[in-house]
Design a protein around this ligand. Structure first.
Ligand SMILES: *[C@@H]1O[C@H](CO)[C@@H](O)[C@H](O)[C@H]1NC(C)=O
Ligand SMILES: *[C@@H]1O[C@H](CO)[C@@H](O)[C@H](O)[C@H]1NC(C)=O
Ligand SMILES: *[C@@H]1O[C@H](CO)[C@@H](O)[C@H](O)[C@H]1NC(C)=O
Ligand SMILES: *[C@@H]1O[C@H](CO)[C@@H](O)[C@H](O)[C@H]1NC(C)=O
Ligand SMILES: *[C@@H]1O[C@H](CO)[C@@H](O)[C@H](O)[C@H]1NC(C)=O
Ligand SMILES: *[C@@H]1O[C@H](CO)[C@@H](O)[C@H](O)[C@H]1NC(C)=O
Ligand SMILES: *[C@@H]1O[C@H](CO)[C@@H](O)[C@H](O)[C@H]1NC(C)=O
Ligand SMILES: *[C@@H]1O[C@H](CO)[C@@H](O)[C@H](O)[C@H]1NC(C)=O
Ligand SMILES: *[C@@H]1O[C@H](CO)[C@@H](O)[C@H](O)[C@H]1NC(C)=O
Ligand SMILES: *[C@@H]1O[C@H](CO)[C@@H](O)[C@H](O)[C@H]1NC(C)=O
Ligand SMILES: *[C@@H]1O[C@H](CO)[C@@H](O)[C@H](O)[C@H]1NC(C)=O
Ligand SMILES: *[C@@H]1O[C@H](CO)[C@@H](O)[C@H](O)[C@H]1NC(C)=O
Length: 413
């Protein structure tokens, strides 16, 4: 005899299987004001994350707790409204989830195969970051201050037409992922007080391959996009950056650990910030302290970087290399010549616009591992203060440069 309970259970299991086979649509409706919508969202992904669709209406959803929605498959996500994270700093410091690198943590792990996440240009992630900007008072890496979205072990997936405002920390990280397209993305993490929106990178990548960023706008107080450890075959194009520009690194934070950044192209974009349009940064060769704020002594190489067709409006320089990232808590500068991390085959070409100096690029490489094959071609920028064309390069430990960029320095020494 079948009890009512097991009958109901069988019906439940049956409809669950039907949902998996035919693709169920889960429309998440927000609860009453003040209620945490995260459990309902996680539940929607549990029901419709495999061959299904999750829809967020044109409403505000309150996210007051961490979400882990990984291992999705053939899942479409339609965000018509706003996901608003709470500013309960105590909660997030206690519960943000470790990403397993640099002691960084996150509020949302999202991953799987063949995910299409679209926002139609209106779907918004609001990290409520002003509370964090006030709380950390300009400290770059505050332990357990979480990043927003973490795209985790994702494959063959698309993120399109999404807006990200006031990110808690880094806006998003793409990690352990492959073949991801992120296009028509707007990020604006501007502080509305004098506390800076530091460390609000537009996106960071690690241990990922074949990532495309297309048509991004990033307004923030830090790197527009930063490619980090073991990022390969990545393209950034048709974008506008207002913050620190495009960053390669920092890298080399883990003593003795081998990491690389290879085959990266940044092209057809505009830089409107107050710094250099693109730069490479590595930790020093001396390991001091622990991540996130300490480290150094890492090994590996940055190879085959292309920066081409960039327009600069009022930056400070076109490009830079800095081998001096060091333990910030202790404020211990120096050791810049000690990094053994290799940098070679970097090409900068077809650059137009205005910078605030005569120096196009400051290439401060490491004596322990000089940079090689760094080339500049068709760089036509002006010093906005004088109106004269900028022509100089500063070179330190650059060997075998392409062209004559370091000739002046050599003849002087
Ligand atoms: C979303 O809702 C807002 C009001 O909350 C409205 O102004 C806007 O037009 C709506 N958008 C769409 C696409 O319906
Ligand atoms: C997230 O969920 C996955 C299963 O999809 C699990 O393996 C992982 O441990 C969870 N992570 C956290 C931080 O709970
Ligand atoms: C990816 O998922 C969509 C549904 O979101 C589905 O229509 C499509 O066939 C899937 N693609 C592959 C290659 O499985
Ligand atoms: C970061 O992780 C290391 C271990 O890798 C640990 O020793 C250190 O205390 C951690 N630092 C913080 C601030 O959590
Ligand atoms: C960024 O957001 C601020 C409001 O927080 C707004 O004043 C500013 O215009 C936005 N910038 C851009 C370029 O969209
Ligand atoms: C990074 O990739 C290289 C191969 O290019 C590999 O040898 C190394 O172990 C990877 N590093 C980490 C930390 O996984
Ligand atoms: C870099 O690109 C070249 C040419 O497409 C390719 O042969 C090589 O495998 C790529 N390197 C990595 C690490 O993927
Ligand atoms: C360098 O990387 C680009 C992609 O960014 C790729 O098209 C090119 O083939 C690579 N060159 C070499 C020599 O690997
Ligand atoms: C250079 O980039 C601009 C966008 O900044 C684009 O409009 C233009 O088509 C690009 N030129 C080439 C030759 O790709
Ligand atoms: C650079 O400055 C010149 C002269 O002021 C101006 O005409 C030009 O538009 C500026 N270029 C950019 C990209 O801002
Ligand atoms: C660039 O600087 C000049 C002179 O300081 C200023 O007139 C112009 O508005 C600035 N352009 C941008 C795009 O900020
Ligand atoms: C700008 O260039 C002109 C012509 O070469 C030169 O006479 C002038 O001194 C330069 N101005 C500055 C501020 O360097």
């Amino acid at each position: 005899m079948l009890s009512l309970r097991s009958l109901l259970f069988s019906i439940f299991v049956f409809s669950f299987l039907v949902a998996i086979c035919h693709g169920e649509i889960c429309t998440v409706t927000p609860g009453p004001k003040g209620k945490d919508d995260a459990p309902a969202i996680v539940n929607a992904f549990r029901r419709c994350g495999q061959n299904g669709k999750v829809i967020f209406l044109n409403k505000t959803y309150h996210i007051n707790s961490v979400m882990n929605t990984t291992a999705l498959r053939n899942c479409e996500i339609d965000l018509q409204g706003t996901l608003l994270w709470s500013n309960d700093i105590d909660y997030w410091l206690k519960h943000s989830m470790s990403i397993g690198y640099q002691n960084q943590s996150t509020v949302w792990f999202l991953g799987g195969d063949n995910i299409t996440f679209h926002g139609g240009g209106v779907g918004t992630f609001d990290g409520n970051g002003q509370a964090w900007y006030e709380f950390v008072k300009g400290v770059s890496n505050y332990p357990r201050r979480p990043m927003g979205l973490t795209i985790w072990r994702a494959r063959n997936s698309v993120f399109k037409g999404l807006r990200f405002i006031k990110s808690q920390m880094w806006t998003m990280t793409i990690i352990h992922s492959k073949s991801i397209l992120l296009e028509d993305i707007y990020v604006n993490s501007s502080s509305s007080t004098r506390r800076p929106a530091r460390n609000t990178d537009g996106a960071d990548t690690m241990f990922s391959d074949d990532i495309t960023f297309r048509r991004w706008t990033v307004v923030n107080g830090d790197d527009g996009i930063s490619v980090k450890a073991n990022t390969t075959n990545t393209l950034i194009e048709d974008s506008v950056f207002y913050g620190l520009g495009f960053a390669i690194g920092s890298i080399g934070q883990y003593a003795g650990v081998f990491e690389t950044i290879q085959n990266i192209t940044f092209r057809n974009s505009v830089y409107k910030g107050r710094s250099q349009a693109a730069y490479i940064k590595t930790w020093t060769g001396k390991s001091k302290g622990y991540p996130p704020n300490g480290g150094g002594g890492g090994l590996g190489f940055i190879h085959n970087i292309t920066v081409t067709n960039i327009t600069i409006a009022n930056g400070t320089a076109v490009f830079g290399i800095n081998r001096c990232t060091h333990f910030t808590n202790g404020g211990e500068a120096g050791d810049c010549g000690t990094s053994q991390f290799q940098i070679h085959d970097v090409s900068i070409s077809h650059i137009r616009g205005n910078i605030s100096k005569d120096v196009i690029a400051d290439l401060r490489c490491s004596a322990a591992a000089p940079c090689s094959r760094i080339g500049f071609d068709d760089v036509h920028v002006f010093n906005s203060a004088t109106g004269n064309r900028s022509t100089r390069y500063k070179c330190d430990s650059v060997v075998d440069p392409k062209g004559t960029i370091c000739a002046r320095k050599k003849s002087q020494t």
